[in-house]
Design a protein around this ligand. Structure first.
Ligand SMILES: [Fe+2]
Length: 365
């Protein structure tokens, strides 16, 4: 927040504003706000100022509700949603503008507020901060500067809200979906989160770049999402599965690929989910891909997924000791696993034990 320059305007309302600089350009453009005119509540107790500022705002394309008092401002805020409140700080002799700001900022979602004042003192700035005002414009108002300020505050508010929405969507992807998989298949509690850590550690050691590692973490987190298409009677069956039941289970990588179809920009994530039960020797499923038919990140996921299954206790088996896992990786190098990867992991586990896979939890997303 800052005080605007107190430049008297020599131009008419919204003079020299290009159409592209108007709020409608934002409204109709990529910022995704409502295509209707953006609404501003304007509060000023001086009739000529109210009229002058209203004409500036309307000239720039805003739909303006102009009121001269606190009581009318509060009634307008209760009756209608505004994209912005622009209020004089002093209504009469009292800084009632702060009360307008307080009510606007208390709405859900909060309405941004710009305060106008002819007395830009330190106290005024402190008061504005306290009342979470977004910006202060000094009177006499410069039309161009006022419009630029309004546009910036509305845009920043929109972007902040959009960020919050994206963060929520990201939480759904990285938290809610894995929890859904684990509710479906309780034997794998915490499996996806651990596999994320293992894959990331291995990918770093193999020199996989940051962008691919980010995609790989997502694939690791969601690799078993296709299990939501496997009936509970099979997933939770206490004994061994029949051949037919096994065929149903083997569909889960393909179902995961389908579930993730909306992630069109993450084709590699979908591929690695699809391939996480393939084997180096081509005897895996669903497509029997062999060797480097599966890209390195996908081969890392194959190995990390098996490592977690071995090192953790499951309802049907105890946790394997490290030396037994090392023996399996050496035995399966070039069969189930990429031989170089399997050797690297076996050597690492032999030398460092489970610390070989130590990651930094919480920093992965
Ligand atoms: Fe799986």
């Amino acid at each position: 927040m800052h005080f605007s320059e107190a430049l008297p305007s020599r131009r008419g309302p919204a003079a020299r504003l290009s159409p592209g600089a108007t709020p409608q350009a934002h409204a109709n453009g990529r910022n995704g706000a409502s295509p209707s005119r953006q609404r501003v509540l304007l509060v000023d107790d001086e009739a000529d100022v109210l009229c002058f500022v209203q004409s500036i705002l309307e000239g720039a394309g805003y739909a303006v509700t102009g009121v001269p008092s606190l009581a009318q401002a509060l009634r307008a805020l209760a009756a209608e949603r505004f994209e912005l409140v622009l209020t004089d700080l002093y209504l009469g002799d009292t800084d009632l503008g702060h009360q307008v700001a307080e009510v606007a900022r208390g709405q859900q979602p909060p309405t941004p507020v710009v305060v106008m004042t002819g007395r830009p003192t330190f106290d005024a700035a402190q008061g504005a901060l306290r009342h979470r005002v977004d910006d202060i414009v000094v009177k006499p108002v410069d039309a161009e500067h006022l419009i630029a300020t309004c546009q910036r505050v509305v845009r920043d508010t929109y972007l902040a809200r959009r960020n919050q929405e994206l963060e929520s969507a990201n939480r759904v992807l990285t938290s809610v979906l894995p929890r859904t998989i684990e509710m479906k298949d309780p034997t794998t509690s915490g499996h996806a989160a651990r596999v994320v850590g293992y894959t990331d550690t291995l990918a770093r050691r193999c020199g996989v770049g940051a962008e691919q590692r980010a995609s790989l973490r997502l694939a690791a987190l969601l690799h078993d999402i296709g299990k939501i298409g496997v009936p509970d009677s099979i997933l939770r069956k206490p004994g061994a599965l029949t051949a037919d039941e096994m065929e149903v289970v083997k569909r889960h990588p393909a179902m995961g690929y389908e579930v993730l179809a909306p992630l069109a920009e993450h084709g590699d994530v979908r591929d690695w989910v699809y391939q996480h039960h393939e084997r180096w020797d081509g005897k895996g499923y669903p497509n029997g891909l062999a060797g480097e038919d599966v890209a390195l990140p996908g081969r890392i996921l194959v190995l990390a997924e098996v490592y977690d299954a071995l090192v953790e206790e499951r309802s049907y088996k105890p946790a394997w000791p490290v030396d037994r896992i090392v023996a399996l990786f050496r035995d399966q190098a070039g069969r189930q696993f990429d031989p170089h990867l399997a050797k690297m992991v076996a050597d690492g586990l032999e030398g460092q034990g489970k610390r070989f896979f130590a990651a930094a939890p919480g920093q992965l997303f």
